[in-house]
Structure formats: structure tokens, C-alpha cells
Design a protein around this ligand. Sequence first.
Ligand SMILES: NC(=O)c1ccc[n+]([C@@H]2O[C@H](COP(=O)([O-])OP(=O)(O)OC[C@H]3O[C@@H](n4cnc5c(N)ncnc54)[C@H](OP(=O)(O)O)[C@@H]3O)[C@@H](O)[C@H]2O)c1
Length: 354
Amino acid sequence: MNHLLHLKHQDRIGWIGLGKMGYNMAHNLQRYLGSLHLTMTVWNRSPEKSAKMHSHGAHVAKNLEDLVAQSNIIFTSLANDSAVEEIYSTLLELASQVDHPIIFVETSTIYPTLATKISQQVASLPQKHIYLQCPVFGRPPVAKAAKLVWVTSGDEKAIKKMCLYFTTMSKSIIHLKTLDVTKACNFKLIGNFFAAGSVELLAEGLTLAEKSNVDQESVLKFVETFFPAPSWLEYSRKMVDGQVSQKEANFSVNLGLKDVGHMRQLAQDSGASLPTADLAYRHLKAVQDQGRGDEDWSSLINTLRSASSLPSVVEQSVDVKERYIPEDHKPVGDSHQQLLLHQNDAVLAAHREQ
Ligand SMILES: NC(=O)c1ccc[n+]([C@@H]2O[C@H](COP(=O)([O-])OP(=O)(O)OC[C@H]3O[C@@H](n4cnc5c(N)ncnc54)[C@H](OP(=O)(O)O)[C@@H]3O)[C@@H](O)[C@H]2O)c1
């Protein structure tokens, strides 16, 4: 039934990459489509993640060829540049053989030159395919709560059409209003630089507090009063409660190194200096070198603690951990999710009327 309606609908959505971000994003989009009795087609390298989406009503593609044949909009959420390059090389090959135009929406954090390269390859095909670079801000629990911040670049008309879908996964959209897809990558790397710098600064300050016998809870209270940004509250609490080693719902040291490496490269290519990123890179690399690259990147505090002759942070009990998680970052249950979709419906309707 769903599949038939899926085929009738003008927009046929495909989704590639169901990692910590991609799964939550695709799930929210599928919820919206499901509310209209429509569905999407998904593919993930590891098939068990696709099976989870199947249980939410998504159609699982047999392979990428199947997905491209079935879709005229394809979202990608992939770990790193090599994964994006590898997948797009196959996608472009397949896209060169179809008779319908496809809008590609690439949401991963990648280096700007790769975005340019793919965008040019897409534009060189006769089918009039379109490539949008649309990275997202927010961690997996934020993606789950459909509260991501999207950044858009590329063809304006296609972006306007895609907003209908972005809205089902986000709390806001930043339109860079440019055809130059490198701008969204640069923007994302600059945004992540502030996050990396915050992690570095908090780790240094909290280590100093412990070494100078200042109560950690008092420091958290200070952060809460003077710097009540969600990321500051979350990272400082994680570091004090020792949640840094968690592997689920995180932004990993491996991904952090990729992003910090990219921002350092961007600084070098642009003739800028980024000393804080250099420090964060060194501290993250030390964690990765210990074989702990899948921990949350706030575990860079353990590099500083070790250099200060302190033991690694130890995880506290669950009720302690939950005290300071900002509302915005708490995962929401189904009823809240329905409400979000309901609220988004008004936005979606407004878009349709435009
Ligand atoms: N986590 C965050 O807080 C966050 C926030 C904003 C943006 N991002 C960005 O969003 C993207 C995804 O992040 P994530 O946290 O979801 O990462 P993740 O959990 O590690 O998921 C990565 C995804 O990429 C797939 N993949 C990796 N290498 C591949 C390859 N060679 N071929 C095909 N598929 C491949 C993985 O497939 P398998 O399942 O088979 O491994 C998985 O679906 C990254 O670019 C990241 O920088 C992350």
C-alpha cells in the first residue's frame, strides 16, 4: 500500500547513510511522509540499520542502483570525505544512465573542494541533476528531536522545494543564498570551530579547577550563569560527570579530528591562523592514538588531565547525569514528536502555498 502511494507521489525520496545523524534525520522525515501515507527508500552500507528504517515504514533498496532508479531526491549523510567521494562516484555513474533529473542533498561535513568537485560533476550530466550542499548543526539527540539547524547552498528553486522536507527535521534553516556550495562547507567548519574551541576551553578550565581545588559543581554553576549556551552546558556537564566515553548519541573523536583537520586546512588555504584548532587537534589525536576514537570528543579532557597528573574522568550515576542536560538537547518521545510534526505542518502548508 505504502509502496504504491510512494510510486504515485511526485517526489520520490531516497536516503543514503543511516548513522547516528542519518538515521534520526531519516526517521523524522519518514514520520512526516508516513503521516501522508507516503514512504521513502533507504540504503545503508550496513544492512541492519536499513532494517530498522523498514520497521518505520521505509522501503529498503536492494542496492544503490535500485535507490537511484526509484528516487528523484536523494539525501546523503556519510561519515567523511572518502565515504562521500566513494558513494557519489557510484551515484554519478548511475545518475548518468537514468532518464529523470535528481536533486542530491548532501548533508555531511566535508571539505569545500570536494563539494565543488561533486557539484561540477553533477552539473556536467545532461539530465539536469542538481547538487545542494546542506550541512547540519546539532548532535544526534538534537537530530532525534527534529531540532537541527540546516544550512543551505546551491540552486535556490531546488532549496525552496526541499524546505518542505528540511522543516520536518529541523528547528531552523540558515539560507546562505549562494550557488557556491563551498560556502556551506566553510560555514559549517567555522561553526564547528566554535564548538571545538568550546570543548578545548572547558577541558582546560575544568582541569585547572580540579588542580587548584575549586569545586567542580561551583564551576558548572558559573558556566550555567554566565555562559548558558546549550553546548557549554552539555560539554561541561559531560566532562564533570565523566560521560565522555559514551559511544552512542555522540560526536566522536574520529569525526572531531576530521572536522578540526578540515578547519585547520581551511585556515591554511585562506591564509588565516587557527591556533585553538591546532591545540584541540593535538589533544584529540592523543585520545585517538589510545584507541578511543569512538568516544565523545569531549574526552579530550583526559589528555589535559593526564598532562596534569590527574586520572581520567569517571562516569557518574544516571540521576546525576540528567540534572543539567538542556531541554533543547533532551530526546523527545513519540507524543512530542507528533506535536513537532503537527507544528511543522503549518510551515509546510505555507511553503506549498508560496
Ligand atoms: N554526530 C554528530 O554530532 C554530527 C553533527 C553534525 C554533523 N555531523 C556530520 O554528519 C555526518 C554523519 O555523522 P554521524 O555522526 O551520523 O556518523 P556515523 O554514525 O559514523 O555514521 C556514518 C555513516 O556513514 C556511512 N559510511 C561510512 N563510510 C562509508 C563508506 N565508505 N561507504 C558507505 N557508507 C559509509 C556509515 O555506514 P555504516 O553504518 O555501514 O558504518 C554510516 O551510515 C558526518 O559527516 C558528520 O561529520 C555529525
